[in-house]
Design a protein around this ligand. Structure first.
Ligand code: ATP
Length: 343
């Protein structure tokens, strides 16, 4: 893999008003790795990205390294980072070519070389044929790709993207998410992007750092975050698992709606969760646990049902196929022991 290794060493940020936006954090991003910073609003992801960029000075004792170079006190313009902002921040009075070539011009790259690099990047970002257009004549998705092209044209050491898809409407976002994932992979540049959308993080990132209240709760591959969450926050934030909170009597877990058979070879776990898609509807006669349908949404490939009475909190399941029980129906459930997430 090409690219720069980025390392945050004991990085923290407390704002003058006392807000601890980032608690002391260590992060390493390998050369060519794509890291997603995922978390709810206010968890500190933008602050971390801005510290990586050199737009925010972290607390004393924090260190930022690009490879072996300590860049903590180097400002953004000397750090060689490419930034893609939520708003794109393109120059509206310049053409696509001028926007993409801007960073190279500032660096004093000669005309001929600049044109070659701009053409190369435009092709990479699937913008051929749009070079002479003005920014105002582009769609949202095209603007997003111009912003990306402009950021990568000067061959930055690290590419940083702040909610790169959030300005697009939902239908376009799905298409562009896959496209952005493909372009970033082809670039094989060290990249960090901020998002609050888990499907976006999963589609684009090699690894995801799930953040909550100023710290990273878990950093893992999308698969591991989903299958083996290590905290209750991660289990519920990524994929919306149901928490099974009940009394364990040695053989079964007693919940308000019935029982789930359980056996533990080691100590009883503190947290037990089950994913929505792992719960099966079964005949009431064969069920050991029940619920009543209180919400029912059709989502194309499946229904999402909300059930009351299973646990103290509302319980969600997904039902594949062309039909699902109606609101008010009492249903029997099977919660397979092998599908439980325990920690
Ligand atoms: P969002 O998704 O809403 O952008 P975020 O996870 O990116 O959220 P940050 O922007 O990093 O969160 O903010 C983390 C915390 O720091 C929040 O509580 C925010 O209000 C606070 N904060 C951010 N910038 C400042 C500032 N300049 N002064 C004081 N507090 C700030």
């Amino acid at each position: 893999m090409s690219g720069t290794k980025l390392r945050l060493n004991n990085c923290a940020k407390t704002f003058p008003n006392g807000t601890q936006a980032l608690l002391p954090t260590d992060v390493t991003v390998e050369p060519g790795e794509i890291l997603g910073l995922l978390g709810p609003s206010g968890c500190g992801k933008t602050t971390m990205l801005r510290i990586m960029a050199g737009l925010e000075m972290p607390n004393e004792g924090s260190q930022v390294y690009f490879d072996e170079e300590d860049v903590t006190h180097i400002p953004i313009e000397k750090r060689s980072v490419g930034m893609v902002f939520q708003s794109y921040a393109l120059f509206p009075n310049m053409s696509v070519r001028e926007n993409v070539g801007y960073g190279l011009k500032v660096k004093g790259v000669p005309n001929k070389e600049r044109k070659t690099r701009v053409d190369e990047v435009l092709a990479f970002c699937r913008l051929e044929g749009l070079a002479e257009r003005s920014i105002t004549q582009l769609s949202g998705g095209q603007r997003q790709r111009v912003a990306l092209a402009r950021a990568v044209a000067p061959k930055p050491r690290v590419l940083l993207l702040d909610e790169p898809l959030s300005a697009l409407d939902a239908a376009l976002r799905d298409v562009l998410r896959d496209e952005l994932a493909a372009i970033l992979r082809d670039l094989s540049m060290t990249a960090i992007f901020v998002t609050h959308d888990q499907s976006e993080a999963m589609a684009i990132a090699d690894t995801i750092a799930v953040m909550n209240a100023g710290q990273i709760e878990q950093r893992d591959t999308p698969e591991s975050l989903y299958r083996a969450p290590k905290t209750a926050f991660v289990a519920t934030f990524v994929g919306g698992a149901n928490r099974l909170e009940g009394r364990f009597n040695g053989e079964v877990l007693n919940l308000p709606g019935g029982t789930v058979p359980l056996s533990f070879s080691e100590q009883v776990p503190e947290h037990i969760f089950v994913r929505q898609e792992d719960v099966k509807l079964v005949d009431e006669a064969n069920a050991k646990i029940y619920g009543t349908v209180s919400g029912r949404i059709f989502l194309g490939t499946h229904y999402k049902l909300t059930l009351c009475g299973v646990c103290a909190d509302p319980f969600s399941i997904t039902v594949p196929g062309t039909d699902a029980p109606k609101i008010g129906a009492r249903v029997g459930l099977h919660i397979p022991q092998h599908s439980l997430i325990q920690f």
